[in-house]
Design a protein around this ligand. Structure first.
Ligand code: CTP
Length: 758
């Protein structure tokens, strides 16, 4: 019996190679010796998978006469099947593998061993040479092995043979969409946490000109597919050389990856008793702490890179501190100098140029970021400049303020500052995280500074865009996360799965931006938002922060749409659990929008507190004590809290009196309304169904509230009236008469006053 097997912890190349081998050895059975990852499990459960794998315990070892090993040539890596080698000297062994030679390698009768990017590449060539037909499903499964092991043809281990094999498989019907669906799967929440841990704990070292990232992590439970997360992390930060030192429970391990030819991580891991490829390797760390392992790693790398320095004249790393231009594949595809010059007020553009010059002189890397860049691309006016510098933002703000003869104020706890320009503009400056690491004496001190890490911590892809300010790259758009594309397509997308959990205000920001730009939330973002709501994440927000976000929503142009979206996502209950959104509430919020637009056209002072009016709409169905609770939840000041608790009674009185049928006189309307808060009046207008009520409030706000008397207290004194409560009474009576048209000129007012004094 022929048995095809592979190494423990099977990956896609193992599976693909076994499937390919089954074409070369018809009738052979296939068995994994040990476990396999979640992605493979998902693939196996899909309709694209149709191969039979025998469980290792069901393989009758006595029957096996011919062993076909793929993707390994080590007996120690084939688990229970290694017994075959010990027990059967007549066993025929064939080996197909792409791993570098090792002392313990088995000898095979057939040995197809070459340093291709994937083992299945080697097998594909044989299948092609022998003209063995492949089905589309077989070709798809096989191309997955190549894609995984070459990082979709991006790793330096990718060979022309891999590309030829992939081209052949595509001709046989391989579907890359299916391949990427199973290979580039979404990370689980747990994996995202790990990704975040990597982000937080990674230190960047510049060792002999090369950038090396090392993360030290202590986790309490095992997580499958660590390698996938590491891969994602490297892709995200465009990292070439990465080591993770991870301790899970009592077990410590090294995960090593390199896309840089000068660093063979297989050899490095070998020094720790592990092994692997030049581009991917691992080791179990025994008898040393993670910190000791890091020291050893640093000195190994220093040695390895010093040899390389001698061999390779100029590594592709640029000057100290440069992260953006280091990798020419970064998507620096657009320069925004012209749009800035055309769209911004000349004064503001001049300020941006001054910031740029100052940054060059310091020197420091400076970038415009956030909403300003987003709005520039959307051609929406925004004069709020947000600048991020890779270094000390507070110091930079001081230098800038000095240069422009403005002033600056720093907020050391946040590493931010604000610069006030003499022209009246204000610019916020933030420091991208910058840390210094002292490494063993032989190694250079290294600075880590990262715009990318700063942007990655932001809310949505379209808010994580940046514009370079340093010459000669002034105006270049930096788009690490596809924000430009999402802006074009009108999509709201979080940068990572923990975004809402990290900062619950983002739930409301997503809804606000959706309403403002009429964008759509992308599927995963919507799912994460729902999950965050279900987890009750908004309960973690303080009243003030929740209110602040609501206020911003209510100050937008179409809060009614946002309120409806909040209701769809079940967010309103976090203001008060008994608020229920229904058609009436929808209609009222629509009406509030209309009433506010109408009021704005009057250009009257004071401006109403819009948020208070919308909250009245939301609180409509609540009892007095519930309204009080709602106001407490939002931590409102006593005056607003009182209004929110009492407005329904006030409104009922107004509506009842004004909708009695008989038209009220202007003086009656005025007497009824002039002491009410503007917000209550506007809300009543939005709520009332009676035309008479709306007309009366409108009359009061447009006209009655503006009517002033010609005469004043001085005139009453001259008429012989002594100051006291009577004064106001007289003036008020005359005003009411004036409102009803009974007096109008100064003389008539004086005449009426005289009569009353008598
Ligand atoms: N930001 C974030 N998460 C938040 C708040 C802000 O990531 N909860 C980031 C975003 O990059 C945002 C920037 O900080 O663009 C500035 O925030 P802010 O001024 O509140 O928002 P803008 O995006 O400028 O939006 P707006 O136009 O409403 O001011």
């Amino acid at each position: 019996m022929k048995l095809i097997t592979t190494h423990l912890n099977a990956d896609f190349d193992s599976l693909a190679s076994m499937i390919a081998a089954s074409k070369l050895y018809p009738g052979a059975i296939m068995a994994f010796p040990g476990s396999w990852g979640d992605s493979i499990r998902r693939f196996m459960a899909s309709p694209y998978y149709s191969w039979k794998l025998t469980k290792p315990q069901e393989v009758d070892l006595n029957q096996v006469t011919h062993l076909i090993m793929v993707d390994t040539k080590l007996a120690s890596r084939i688990g229970p099947f290694s017994q075959l080698i010990a027990s059967n000297p007549a066993l025929k062994i064939d080996i197909y593998d792409h791993h570098p030679p090792q002392p313990d390698d088995l000898k095979g009768e057939i040995e197809e061993v070459r340093p291709a990017g994937a083992t299945v590449t080697i097998l594909t060539r044989l299948i092609k040479e022998r003209a063995i037909p492949l089905t589309a499903n077989e070709a798809t499964a096989m191309i997955m092995g190549i894609c995984e092991d070459t990082g979709f043809f991006s790793f330096p281990t990718t060979s022309s043979e891999d590309l030829e094999a992939a081209a052949y498989l595509l001709r046989c019907g391989a579907d890359l969409n299916i391949a990427s669906h199973f290979l580039k799967e979404e990370l689980t929440l747990e994996q995202f946490e790990f990704l975040n841990d990597l982000l937080r704990s990674s230190e960047r070292y510049r060792i002999r000109g090369a950038e090396v990232f090392i993360a030290i992590l202590y986790k309490d439970k095992y997580m499958s597919e660590l390698g996938t997360v590491v891969q994602r992390f490297m892709d995200m930060l465009k990292i070439d050389i990465f080591f993770a030192l991870v301790k899970i429970g009592t077990h410590s391990s090294l995960i090593a990856r390199s896309r840089f030819k000068g660093v063979d991580v297989g050899a490095v891991a070998g020094e720790f008793g592990g092994g692997g490829h030049p581009s991917a390797a691992s080791a179990s760390l025994r008898g040393m702490s993670l910190l000791e392992a890091r020291e050893k790693l640093l000195s190994l790398l220093s040695e390895e890179l010093s040899q390389m320095e001698e061999e390779v004249s100029a590594p592709s790393f640029s000057a100290e501190g440069e992260i953006i231009t280091r990798n020419p594949t970064l998507p620096l595809f657009q320069n925004l100098t012209s749009p800035m010059r055309e769209q911004l007020p000349a004064e503001l553009f001049a300020i941006i140029e001054t910031i740029s010059q100052t940054a060059d002189v310091v020197p420091i890397n400076a970038f415009l970021v956030g909403g300003f860049v987003r709005d520039l691309l959307l051609k929406i006016e925004n004069v709020d400049l947000d600048v991020v510098v890779e270094g000390d933002g507070i110091q930079f703000a001081k230098t800038l303020a000095q240069k422009v003869e403005g002033s600056s104020k720093g907020f050391p706890q946040f590493h931010t500052a604000v610069v006030m320009f003499p022209q009246g503009f204000k610019v916020d400056i933030a420091s991208a995280r910058t840390e210094f690491y002292e490494v063993p004496a032989a190694l250079p001190v290294v600075q880590e500074s990262s715009l990318r890490a700063d942007l990655y911590r932001r809310d949505f892809t379209f808010n994580a865009l940046a514009v370079r300010l340093n010459k000669p790259h002034f105006g270049e758009l930096i788009d690490y996360f596809g924000g430009r594309r999402d802006l074009d397509e009108g999509i709201i997308r979080v940068l990572h799965n923990l975004s809402f959990i990290e900062d619950p205000t983002r739930l409301l920001r997503a809804i606000r931006f959706q309403q403002r730009f009429q964008f759509q939330m992308e599927g995963n973002t919507r799912k994460l938002l729902r999950e965050a709501v279900e987890k009750g994440i908004l309960n973690l927000l303080s009243g003030t922060r929740l209110m602040n976000e609501l206020r911003l929503i209510f100050e937008e142009e179409h809060p009614a749409v946002a309120i409806q979206t909040m209701a769809e996502f079940d967010i309103i209950k976090f203001i008060h659990p008994h608020i229920t959104y229904d058609k009436t509430m929808g209609r009222i919020s629509d009406n509030i929008e209309k009433v506010i637009s109408w009021y704005n056209l009057l250009y009257r002072e004071p401006e109403p507190k819009l948020w208070l009016i919308y909250l009245m709409g939301l609180f409509e169905g609540l009892s007095t004590s519930e309204r009080q609770e709602g106001a407490e939840r939002l931590n409102l000041p006593p005056k607003e809290s009182k209004t929110l608790t009492a407005y329904p009674e006030e409104m009922t009185v107004i509506i009842t009196k004004l909708s009695r049928g008989k038209e009220a006189k202007p003086s009656q309307i005025y007497s009824l309304l002039h002491r009410c808060r503007l917000e209550v009046l506007l809300y009543t207008m939005a709520k009332a169904e009676h035309e008479a009520v709306k007309q009366a409030i409108s009359l009061c706000l447009r006209h009655l509230s503006q009517v002033k008397l010609h005469i004043s207290g001085d005139d009453l004194l001259k008429l012989g009236c002594s100051p006291g409560p009577l004064f106001n009474k007289i003036l008020r009576k005359i005003l009411l008469a004036k409102l009803d048209g009974r007096v109008s000129t100064r003389e008539e007012e004086v005449e009426m006053a005289k009569k009353m004094i008598k």
